[in-house]
Design a protein around this ligand. Structure first.
Ligand code: ZN
Ligand code: ZN
Length: 468
């Protein structure tokens, strides 16, 4: 009996010993694995050059058209006769492409005069070009052109659309058919795009974060993504594009971004771990330098700093965040961000927050939406309209500045201590709300036959109402 007990005790002891050893062994293997993982370095990625970007090459091939000469001011040509100017026509030009005054918005030069009004509910000004005798309404090429609905209602509905209310919900409340609402949204999307092209130029950005968010498009044939670039200090979103997760798309996004920057401005970049960004960024932020006895080589700019933030996930939870600098020095990265009043950390929180904002305000991108987009175009227009609203109208909480002297209100009310600002108020070249007035805004950058491009009434209405 005793023997059996001893044997049993020895067996138990052996088993315990085996278990302990096994635990230690497994721990050692795991530790080794972890150490090996930490030492992981990015695989050899070679920078690309300008020649790899199809859009850069396309641009190089394009010939630049010479600007037409300025014609003689109409006031000098017509002499003393003819009608006098009673209303200001500054900022307009006629839709006639063949007219020699086409594209000239300066009222001291062009041949426009007032030509009465029309409209049942609202007075809509008409203009006439004395040189070519063409008449047109100031609503031409605006959202409101040939709309019978009152501009106030159109404004209200577009406002709701910019805040992410679905068209079907608006139909139920206002009794306007969904097709009509979609037409308005389509128009405002197109206008917003033009507005963006006009004002988002020569931007001086400090820290640009890039990211992409998945878009639910039914009949796209491939996975669609919304590519977003946003600046941390001004909160401007210089680029939004929809497309697959391909290298060509990455080139297109960075190409547009570079085109919107002031020449010589090289912001600090941070993105997620997608390799496509590395190739497209290096292809755009470098220059050709001659080597002795060899042809030109593509060298990255000394100011160019690019960092990646890679989030390792397990069961939908972030377990590890890996940060690495792929181009430039980490010290420079921190210094440049700190000098701009930022934390200097390597991360991408702003663009991620921005993506959530987009999801919230574009009803087609909402998670678990009732009605996902069928085609990509259904997403482009609401996105453009949202961006226009976001840039020029909505005030960003973090951009508010404290007033030197609080503005007093009525007796019992709290004084105003902060001045609200929109993202574009921080970029001087985007000072659109000052430059535009009712239907009086033109675009010189698109003189390729598109005619007058004017800002929507709706947008200006918002601006006024928000007390800007
Ligand atoms: Zn390019
Ligand atoms: Zn004319």
């Amino acid at each position: 009996m005793q023997r059996i007990l001893v044997i049993l005790a020895i067996l138990v002891l052996c088993f315990e010993l085996y278990r302990l050893l096994r635990c230690g062994w497994i721990r050692r293997i795991l530790k080794k694995k972890k150490e090996a993982k930490q030492a992981r370095k990015p695989r050899g990625m070679k920078p690309k050059s300008e020649r790899d970007c199809p859009f850069c090459m396309q641009e190089k091939r394009k010939l630049k058209l010479a600007l037409p000469e300025m014609p003689l001011p109409w006031s000098l040509r017509k002499g003393r006769g003819g009608p006098n100017k009673k209303i200001s026509t500054e900022g307009f030009f006629g839709p006639n492409v063949t007219c020699e005054y086409y594209g000239i918005s300066n009222e001291t030069i062009h041949a426009l005069v007032g030509y009465g009004c029309h409209g049942k509910h609202e007075m809509i000004q008409d203009l006439k070009c004395q040189a070519c005798q063409k008449k047109f309404t100031i609503r031409k090429h605006t959202i409101l052109y040939r709309l019978k609905t009152q501009s106030g209602l159109v404004e209200k509905i577009l406002w709701l659309l910019a805040l992410g209310v679905d068209a079907s919900a608006i139909e139920e409340v206002f009794g306007i058919s969904e097709i009509t609402i979609r037409t308005w949204l389509c128009r405002s999307g197109m206008q917003s795009k033009k507005l963006h092209e006009r004002f988002m130029i020569e931007l001086d950005l400090i820290h640009v974060q890039l990211d992409e968010l998945w878009a639910n498009v039914k009949h796209s044939g491939q996975e669609m993504w919304v590519w977003v670039a946003s600046d941390v200090t001004t909160k401007i979103v210089p680029v939004i594009q929809i497309g697959g997760r391909t290298q060509v798309m990455a080139y297109q996004v960075v190409h547009e971004l570079k085109g919107r920057l002031r020449p010589g401005c090289v912001p600090v970049f941070s993105t997620d771990g997608l390799r496509l960004y590395f190739y497209s960024l290096t292809a755009h932020f470098g220059q050709w330098e001659p080597l002795v006895g060899k042809e030109l080589i593509w060298v990255l700019l000394s100011d160019f700093i690019y960092a990646q933030v890679i989030k390792h996930q397990r069961r939908r939870r972030t377990v590890e965040v890996e940060r690495r600098i792929l181009c430039g020095e980490e010290l420079n990265y921190r210094q440049r961000l700190k000098s701009a009043g930022l934390s200097g950390r390597i991360n991408t929180p702003f663009v991620e927050r921005g993506n959530l904002t987009i999801r919230q305000f574009v009803s087609k991108l909402t998670r678990r939406t009732w009605e996902p987009a069928h085609y990509t175009s259904e997403l482009v227009e609401p996105l453009e309209w949202w961006r226009c609203y976001y840039h020029f109208v909505s005030c960003h909480e973090s951009l508010s500045v404290a007033l030197a002297k609080p503005r007093q209100k009525k007796e019992n009310q709290q004084p105003t201590r902060y001045r609200k600002r929109t993202p574009t108020t921080l970029a001087p070249q985007c000072a659109a709300p000052n430059a535009v007035r009712c239907g009086g805004w033109i675009d010189e950058s698109t003189l390729d036959g598109k005619g007058v491009i004017e800002l929507s009434f709706a947008l200006i209405g918002f601006g006024n109402r928000r007390g800007k």
